[in-house]
Design a protein. Structure first.
Length: 471
């Protein structure tokens, strides 16, 4: 079975020749590099083991060409995504395919640390000295004096010298093979093909991290014909980016890997799970509130306990067998700064962990209520600390606002830090999102190592429930 798909599924659903033509511009080097990568995968017989990582940029449609495992990565993050695949499945052959704006700019930290780690992986770096897909801006590899959309008078000294990635990666201890090649004539293409094959073979043989930089053509943004662009690469790029092997470790070897263990009974000990079966109190998912997926946002000042309350809600939902996620967001201050968390609870699967328009908001201070209150969906609910919030912002229609003096109640109990537990009780009473016992179980689990605090927190929760029902 060939590595290449017979047809490129274009977005315009082209037919005939148009349906089989590349999406790359005439004279672009990406198509040649794709061919070399595909040929190497086929020659080594690793099609069913290969995972190609393509990030943002001209190579974003790599998965439409190569019939292998494919993963899309955010801009610059392909090495990190590739490491995740490799560590989870050491038998995978991972190819991180990146351009210069991607790898040498926003992804600089990712590529350097992936290379230094040295885990067997293959990086193919296409350097055409320009941001190709996004409009021809100056790239980290653009030449001195080169005119681009963001350097119309030419790259100057204050814009920095071009980044020489092959040399930078080669001086690290982790990589075993680094080479820079080009595509401007048949001889150079043969060298490029051999380099890519070697880089993949080193990974297949578990010998280490390999990096191949390919000097490529971009006639569109250089406003040259393909032939003129080939001469430009040879005469202008090569003097700045000399071709050749930059590092080639003799007889490289990498230790044998242990296959990762995905046994839930062993993993739960690592991630803090519990082996005891947790009693469930829900008769079903609370669809009566907001459907099969509920978004909550908890916000306050640093130290208000919004993050802890969010984690408790997430744990409570998971205990009931629902899918749930928690994403924290902190301000720069450990105390007094802004802090909020997004929680999602889904009957089947959380598709997006963010809660930009939450169904429920728990606000511990006035700035949080002012900022996030108007984002609550119509018919949603807000629980706020009336000890510190004296007025409400303009809210969407039918939003239920429940004020509970969480701070005052916690102070009456002698521990102001339990105001977040008071808020949880008020949340339960105001929405009946989950049963009382479900929240209490999560609280007890969280305090297993501090059992003396459980009665106080149970009391705080009960006060919150009472106040929520009365509000």
């Amino acid at each position: 079975m060939t590595v290449f798909y017979e047809k490129f599924e274009r977005h315009d659903h082209g037919r005939g020749l148009k349906g089989r033509s590349t999406h790359y511009c005439p004279g672009c080097g990406h198509g040649i590099v794709h061919k070399f990568v595909g040929d190497a995968i086929e020659q080594l017989g690793v099609q069913d083991r290969t995972i190609a990582i393509s990030p943002v940029g001209c190579a974003v449609f790599l998965n439409y060409y190569l019939d292998v495992g494919n993963a899309q990565a955010p801009h610059g993050r392909a090495p990190a995504v590739g490491l995740g695949h490799k560590l989870a499945n050491p038998n995978a052959v991972v190819v991180s395919y990146q351009g210069d704006g991607d790898l040498a700019s926003i992804g600089l930290a990712e590529i350097l640390w992936a290379a230094q780690l040295g885990i067997p992986m293959t990086v193919v770096f296409v350097n055409n000295a320009i941001y190709g897909m996004t409009g021809g801006q100056m790239a980290p590899t653009s030449l001195m004096g080169q005119q681009t959309a963001t350097s119309p008078h030419g790259r100057g000294r204050l814009m920095g010298e071009p980044m020489k990635m092959a040399e930078l990666v080669a001086q690290l201890d982790g990589p075993v093979y680094v080479e820079r090649v080009a595509l401007y004539d048949a001889k150079q293409r043969v060298k490029a093909q051999k380099a890519i094959l070697k880089a993949l073979k080193l990974q297949v043989e578990n010998k280490g991290f390999a990096f191949v930089e390919v000097l490529s053509e971009c006639p569109t943004h250089l406003k040259l014909t393909p032939q003129e662009n080939e001469r430009w690469v040879k005469e202008c790029m090569v003097p700045v980016f000399p071709l050749g092997v930059k590092k080639d470790v003799a007889n490289p070897s990498y230790p044998e890997w242990q296959t990762p263990n995905f046994d839930p009974l062993k993993l739960h000990q690592v991630v803090g799970g519990m082996s005891d079966r947790v009693e469930r109190y829900c008769t079903g998912f609370p669809r009566h509130l907001f459907g099969p997926d509920v978004g909550l946002k908890l916000a306050g000042a640093g130290g208000d306990g919004a993050q802890t309350a969010a984690m408790l809600i997430t744990r409570a939902a998971i205990n009931e067998g629902f899918d749930s996620t928690h994403i924290p967001s902190y301000g720069p201050e450990s105390r007094g700064g802004t802090s909020y968390a997004d929680v999602r609870i889904a009957e089947q699967e959380v598709l997006s962990p963010a809660a930009l328009s939450p169904h429920v908001l728990v606000a511990f201070n006035a700035p949080s209520l002012a900022k996030f209150g108007p984002t609550v969906v119509p018919g949603g609910a807000i629980i706020y600390d009336s000890s510190v919030v004296t007025s409400l912002p303009e809210l969407a229609p039918r939003v239920k606002a429940v004020g509970v003096p969480c701070t005052e109640m916690a102070q009456d109990l002698g521990r102001v830090v339990v105001k977040n537990i008071v808020a949880l009780g008020a949340l339960q009473a105001a929405t009946e999102l989950l049963p009382e016992q479900t929240f209490l179980t999560a609280i007890r689990q969280a305090l297993m190592s501090k059992c003396a605090l459980i009665p106080l927190n149970e009391q705080a929760f009960a006060l919150g429930v009472k106040a929520g029902k009365a509000a």
